[in-house]
Design a protein around this ligand. Structure first.
Ligand SMILES: [Zn+2]
Length: 169
């Protein structure tokens, strides 16, 4: 089932999420729905808070469903290592229509559970490291806009407020 994606300004997106207690049928259904929602958007990553569920869980697929091995489901993820730096344009399904250059690590290793509840550790470089950091941020209530400084952040927030007031957000 495709679930509605919350937009910047919805409180759930700005609060830290809680750990997943166990792989229950509800969690299994949530994972299926998140994958379907991510592919339909389409997007390369989606965190549970974006569909209104404040739990530490995200899905990433750089191939957007074209490569069956491309799908990563991460439950209760933690960083193991982060190093290097990259500067690239970034967007978010919760901030449609806006992009900005965000500083991210060049490499990120994360560990957590897969959807069967088994431990996994995955190393990401380039776009995958960026996606990991972006989704981990969602679990801590941080949207990429919050990573911007000064006038760039102000401009985006102001335009979102304006769209909100006009009922177009
Ligand atoms: Zn996002």
């Amino acid at each position: 089932m495709i679930r509605p994606i919350l937009k910047f300004g919805d409180q759930i997106l700005h609060d830290a999420a809680k750990p997943v207690d166990g792989i229950t049928p509800d969690i299994d259904r949530l994972v299926d729905d998140m994958i379907e929602t991510m592919y339909a958007a389409p997007g390369i990553g989606l965190a549970a808070p974006q569909v209104g569920i404040p739990l530490r869980l995200f899905v990433v697929d750089l191939s957007v469903g074209r490569d069956p091995k491309g799908l990563i489901v991460m439950i209760n993820p933690e960083f193991v290592e982060r190093d290097g730096m990259q500067l690239e344009e970034e967007g978010c399904l919760s901030v449609p229509g806006f992009n900005a250059t965000v500083v991210r690590p060049g490499r990120a290793v994360i560990k957590g559970l897969d959807r069967a509840g088994d431990p996994q550790q995955i190393e990401g470089t380039g776009l995958l490291a960026r996606a990991f950091q972006h989704e981990m941020d969602h679990l801590d209530g941080t949207v990429f806009v919050d990573r911007l400084r000064g006038i760039k952040r102000e401009m985006i927030v102001r335009r979102i407020r304006k769209l909100s007031r006009a009922g177009k957000w």
